[in-house]
Design a protein around this ligand. Structure first.
Ligand SMILES: Cc1cc2nc3c(=O)[nH]c(=O)nc-3n(C[C@H](O)[C@H](O)[C@H](O)COP(=O)(O)OP(=O)(O)OC[C@H]3O[C@@H](n4cnc5c(N)ncnc54)[C@H](O)[C@@H]3O)c2cc1C
Length: 375
């Protein structure tokens, strides 16, 4: 019998890789996580921390259902992390608003939500298009330009830096070997075993999971997996802490559990450049003040930019390799929202060695071949 150093080696220790490794260890797999380290591009340290449901899935109905499944599992997941590690990731699901600043914006929002809900195969969920009075009753500090919103009771948020810490601590408590400063340079597959080559030596495993963010494209080519992802920049502002005034989550503007207001997040095709730019920050601030005028009085304590891991149609990729059996890939741009699903539903299937078609066929990168053929 071949002796593998590990049952599974996960490449990438961001939220995706850590959630999967945590779930693999829970399933009894001897797991290693190889991570490039803190200087790497890492969406997991710069995100907006929404666990957002209500506008996800236009163009791919199973993505809406997958998001809802993760959101429904989040409270239990957060509880498991707290029981295990003592870290409270501050998950709440108070419901979420997407505010509109003009009638045209509100109509476009209502139309988008209508199209989303009426797609074939859609598992419909409750949402509402609400007028200004309803918004004002829920969020009394809202500004005079807000004309209405879409609302769903399923949206929530967490403290995603604490989530990252809880997963890193939790997976190591479960026996995962966390190997930082181990950028995987190349992958070889021989005699049913994977060899991962790093500057600090090789790691061998029976299975591998590519969870290396925007490096998944390069790595995938070495393991028979097509993972077309690109960086997409998002900029965020955070203010000083203030007394709670937002009992709900608002997309692009939320009050953290610690009191600061996060304002975000831009969507920019800027390549792999995580720079903060004044014109974009100015637009984010201006729209935030129109939504909540009291924000104008708050001091900004920090701005930052981070790179999303974006697929070409914006939906996740979960795949297993036919050329190199035992190689899996996972990429998505909503890794906070989907964290519970990655840990609780995706990881056990990787542990078993196969992704079920029912759950994962819609998310294979093979969909891009169909889209290309149809174009
Ligand atoms: C501005 C912004 C706002 C966001 N807001 C939200 C939100 O509100 N809600 C939500 O659900 N999601 C949000 N996201 C997305 C979320 O942060 C990501 O989906 C998630 O963090 C992706 O995690 P990841 O582990 O796939 O990638 P990353 O965090 O990028 O991590 C990749 C990891 O792989 C490692 N790595 C890379 N190459 C190699 C290699 N060759 N060998 C070994 N290791 C390697 C790196 O060290 C890194 O740790 C946001 C993202 C951004 C940028």
């Amino acid at each position: 019998m071949t002796v593998h150093e590990f049952d599974v080696a996960v490449i990438g220790g961001g939220l995706m890789g850590s959630a999967i490794a945590w779930g693999l260890a829970k399933a009894g797999q001897r797991t290693a996580v190889l991570d490039e380290g803190d200087i790497a591009y890492r969406a997991s340290r710069g995100n907006f921390a929404l666990v957002w449901v209500h506008s996800k899935g236009l163009g791919l109905a199973p993505y809406s259902a997958w998001t809802m499944r993760s959101s429904n599992a989040w409270a239990d997941f957060a509880d498991q992390l707290k029981q295990q590690t003592g870290v409270d990731v501050a998950f709440e699901r108070p419901g979420g608003f997407h505010l509109s600043l003009s009638q045209a914006e509100l109509e476009a929002r209502a139309s988008m939500m209508g199209r989303l809900q009426s797609q074939p195969g859609m598992q419909r969920f409750d949402y509402e298009i609400v007028d200004r009075d309803r918004v004002k009753a829920a969020l009394p500090q809202v500004g005079p330009e807000v004309v209405g919103a879409s609302y769903s009771r399923f949206d929530g948020h967490c403290n995603s830096l604490r989530l990252f810490r809880a997963l890193n601590t939790g997976m190591q408590q479960l026996g995962v070997s966390y190997l930082p400063e181990r950028r995987v340079e190349s992958i070889a597959h021989e005699s049913g075993e994977f060899r991962l080559v790093t500057a600090r030596g090789e790691v061998r495993a029976a299975k591998i999971v590519l969870a290396a963010g925007i490096d998944n494209g390069r790595l995938g080519a070495m393991a028979g997996l097509d993972v077309p992802v690109r960086p997409q920049r998002g900029q965020i502002i955070v203010t000083e802490k203030v007394a709670p005034f937002m009992p709900y989550v608002v997309q692009n503007l939320r009050q953290t559990d610690e009191g600061g207001i996060m304002i975000g997040d831009s969507v920019e095709e800027a390549g792999a450049d995580p720079a903060v730019t004044a014109p974009v920050i100015a637009v984010l601030a201006e729209r935030a003040v129109r939504k909540f005028p009291l924000v104008a009085k708050l001091n900004v304590v920090r701005t930052w930019a981070a790179l999303r891991v974006m697929t070409q149609d914006g939906f996740p990729i979960y795949d297993e390799s036919t050329r190199c059996p035992g190689a899996f890939a996972a990429s998505c741009h909503s890794g906070v929202t989907l964290c519970a699903a990655h840990a609780l539903f995706l990881a056990p299937q990787i542990a078993r060695g196969h992704l079920s078609a029912d759950d994962f066929a819609p998310f294979s990168a093979r969909r891009f071949d169909v889209q290309a053929a149809a174009a």
